[in-house]
Design a protein around this ligand. Structure first.
Ligand SMILES: *Cc1c(COP(=O)(O)O)cnc(C)c1O
Length: 406
């Protein structure tokens, strides 16, 4: 390199929407990562639930490199083999019989909400435009999806916001019932809130939303951007709950680190989206299609999905033992390998301080709001990496308690 790159350069050159860690990762393998100084980290963050098969996975490299030698991009005037194979895999594996590809979770939710609006307008008239979402939800950062999200801090500076979006209380069916009516075109919900604090839905809540949507001809959208592709131990969380949405958005782990998003739906809803009604330049390009196809093949197997459940128990057992000793968390919750440790009230707001100490001790963890330390590791993380990472995490927690929580 002609110039040495430092973390300081971020503060000089980048629009400051992030506050990245003080180190720069340069290389990784499986769930172990190294920074510029050669310091080693165990990765419990998984690129925010993205690197579902770990870093530099040999099978995914093979798929990417083979496709890279053949065809990268053609635009949507042409279709391609990898994306059609991927579409068929998703259709065979889920409730869906139609798929649309894009590049991210926000774009997938944007497409889902646009589809719902068009379905409602085409079939029931222009007054049917209401969208019911939930407080503390996260659906992405486009203006439409950030407005559907239930964290006003992320949207209020960008007003005027798209109208006719209202927010009920998550896991409170009565509050949703009060907002859903015949002018509702869509209900959008995460089967487990990720960014909002790792909060699994109550089964009766999702079932109740299904019934309300049926009663009012509203499209039920499950945002499975974070919960999808094996994260919960089922291929999609809707399978775990036994409640089938009309439209499902998926991204994050779908590409295992290569950007891709998609919505899945059925013929009934997809047919309102005729030629020219929606689109994207990169969505469904051959590189993303080839990698995601291999990701799905590797994840949608009984071994991988059972493995998620086994690793869930390993995490819960070791985190519970840690907490019996340190009394730091009031709850350890989540499904599969999306786990949240909720800080006791006396440590409220200090999750970030713990994640900073964890990195110093050599383990990368996430937070979900100020009060929850979040884990979203690779689905194939090894037993040894789990044990080593949790030992480092325990040291970070002990230091947090010893050094005071400033
Ligand atoms: C991450 C996330 C998104 C946004 O995905 P991007 O790829 O960042 O646009 C949307 N919904 C949920 C539930 C997410 O976790």
């Amino acid at each position: 390199m002609s110039q040495s790159i430092t973390r300081q350069n971020f503060d000089e050159w980048m629009i400051p929407v992030y506050a990245p860690a003080p180190f720069i990762p340069v290389r990784a393998e499986g769930s172990t990562l190294w920074d510029q100084e050669g310091k080693e980290y165990i990765d419990f963050a998984g690129g925010i639930a993205v690197n579902a098969l770990g870093h530099a996975n040999p099978e995914l490299r093979k798929a990417l490199e083979a496709q890279a030698a053949k065809l990268w991009h053609t635009g949507n005037g042409y279709t391609n083999e990898p994306v059609l194979k991927l579409a068929k895999q998703l259709i065979d594996a889920t409730f869906a019989d139609r798929v649309f590809f894009c590049n991210s979770g926000a774009e997938a939710n944007e497409a889902a909400l646009k589809l719902a609006r068009k379905y409602a307008h085409d079939n029931f008239g222009p007054q049917k435009s209401g969208i019911v979402a939930f407080k503390n939800a996260f659906h992405g950062r486009t203006l439409f999806t950030v407005s559907a999200g239930g964290q006003p801090a992320y949207s209020q500076d960008f007003a005027p916001l798209p109208p006719q979006i209202s927010h009920a209380v998550y896991n409170d069916l009565a509050s949703a019932r009060a907002l859903i009516n015949d002018d509702t075109c869509a209900v959008i919900v995460e089967p487990m809130q990720g960014e909002g604090g790792v909060v699994p839905a109550d089964p009766a809540f999702l079932q109740g939303l299904r019934e309300l949507c049926d009663a009012h001809n509203a499209v039920l959208i499950f945002d499975e951007v974070q919960t999808g592709v094996g994260r919960t131990g089922s291929l999609y969380a809707y399978m775990h709950y036994g409640v089938t949405p009309d439209v499902l958005s998926t991204a994050k782990a779908l590409g295992g680190g290569f950007p891709i998003g998609a919505i899945l739906t059925t013929e009934r809803f997809s047919k309102v989206m005729g030629v020219g009604t929606h689109g994207t330049t990169y969505g469904g390009n051959p590189l993303a299609g080839a990698v995601a196809g291999r990701v799905l093949e590797l994840i949608n197997t009984p071994e991988t999905l059972q493995g998620v459940k086994a690793r869930h128990h390993a995490f819960i057992e070791q985190l519970t033992a840690l907490n019996d000793r340190l009394k730091l968390f009031k709850e350890i919750r989540g499904l599969g390998l999306l786990l949240g440790c909720v800080l006791n009230d006396e440590y409220a707001g200090k999750a970030k301080a713990i994640s900073t100490l964890a990195a110093q001790e050599g383990v990368m963890v996430l937070i979900a709001g100020g009060n929850v330390v979040r884990f979203a590791p690779a689905l194939n993380i090894s037993e040894a990496e789990i044990a080593a990472g949790l030992e480092r995490f325990a040291r970070a927690c002990s230091r947090f308690l010893a050094e005071g929580s400033s």
